[in-house]
Ligand binder design. Structure first.
Ligand code: AMP
Length: 309
């Protein structure tokens, strides 16, 4: 298997300045897999849902060639539920509710055909479960990427530190990087976090783009200034899915290629925020994605021939 992704498949309740949804499909793994599915077919998902989860979403994921052998459906149990409300700037949000439900007793069983993945995306999930997934693999993947959030820093920091020692790359947002490192300066924060284990770090800054750190190297890509942002939910996961989807499809983990992957992740995230939930990620075309990449290029391209007198 080329890419294994793990995380939540969920129901979300969302409120943004543009509207409200009481119960739509979400989850870190849903966004990651949908986004990565545009780059490869050999992609497996490990997660869990209850019997309340819609069959039509399962069909949708299957139609995207996402292998769902590792998706457990627990009879008589309820799917993980998360509810969040965005502030007016859409860059910050409050978690209103997190109901673990099926996640409480989730044992991430890895199907035989998933046990030797070349690339692994550990999407946002209880750190102890992320560790379990790594323990159950039979090989050492080429690249393991971890995503996490402030909740796990609050309630499971020791487990999170253990996972950090075993992954190659961490993606978190700026607020979380500051919390994890205890440093306000993102540059200093990056140095501290890179000392915790991962060789690479991506700090996502919402509408202000993303930074990639590796040793003394830093690369920055802005977010595309969009006219309308309806719902930022899943943007981080969609970014991660596009990033690792592109890396696994090109099978090149050099820093130069990671820069391209950061642009690809940012392009995919720019679609995600245009509609509520994962809707916009369901039917993208290659032309649309290529066009976004061209817009990123144009946005950041300039020449300068000024000569001081
Ligand atoms: P993002 O906006 O990229 O941070 O991801 C939002 C998605 O993460 C939502 O669809 C939620 O269902 C999911 N989510 C929220 N809280 C958690 C959590 N504690 N663990 C795992 N997934 C979560």
């Amino acid at each position: 298997m080329k890419l294994l992704s793990v995380g939540t498949v969920a129901f979300d309740a969302l409120e943004t300045p543009f509207g409200k949804r009481d119960r739509i499909v979400g989850g870190s793994c849903t966004y990651i897999s949908l986004s990565a599915s545009y780059f490869l077919n050999d992609l497996g998902l490990v997660s869990v849902v209850g019997d309340d989860f819609p069959q039509e979403t399962i069909n949708l994921l299957e139609n995207k060639s996402i292998n769902l052998e590792g998706l457990q459906i627990k009879q008589g149990e309820k799917t993980f539920f998360w509810s969040g409300k965005y502030h007016n700037d859409m860059n910050t949000r409050d978690t209103l509710d997190t109901q673990l439900n099926v996640l409480e007793n989730f044992d991430p069983i890895i199907p035989e055909s998933f046990k030797n993945p070349e690339y692994v995306m550990l999407g946002n999930l209880v750190p102890a479960l992320q560790l379990k997934v790594l323990d159950r693999l039979e090989n050492t993947p080429k690249l393991v990427v971890l995503d996490t959030m402030n909740l796990w820093m609050d309630v499971a920091l020791e487990d999170l530190k253990k996972v950090l020692k075993r992954v190659d790359l961490l993606t978190i947002n700026d607020e979380e990087a500051r919390q994890l490192s205890g440093e306000y300066s993102l540059r200093k924060a990056a140095r501290i976090i890179l000392d915790m284990g991962p060789k690479y770090l991506i700090i996502k800054k919402g509408e202000h783009g993303a930074l990639l750190f590796h040793g003394e190297n830093i690369f920055y890509v802005p977010a595309l200034p969009l006219e309308e942002v309806f719902d930022p939910t899943g943007a981080g996961d969609t970014f991660a899915g596009g990033f690792i989807g592109y890396l696994s499809a090109t099978d090149d983990i050099s820093f130069e290629n990671m820069k391209r992957a950061v642009v690809m992740g940012s392009a995919m995230a720019s679609f995600c925020v245009e509609k509520f939930g994962p809707e916009r990620m369901e039917n993208l075309t290659q032309e649309e994605i290529n066009d976004r990449i061209a817009q990123f290029k144009k946005l950041t391209d300039f020449t300068m021939n000024y000569e001081f007198a």
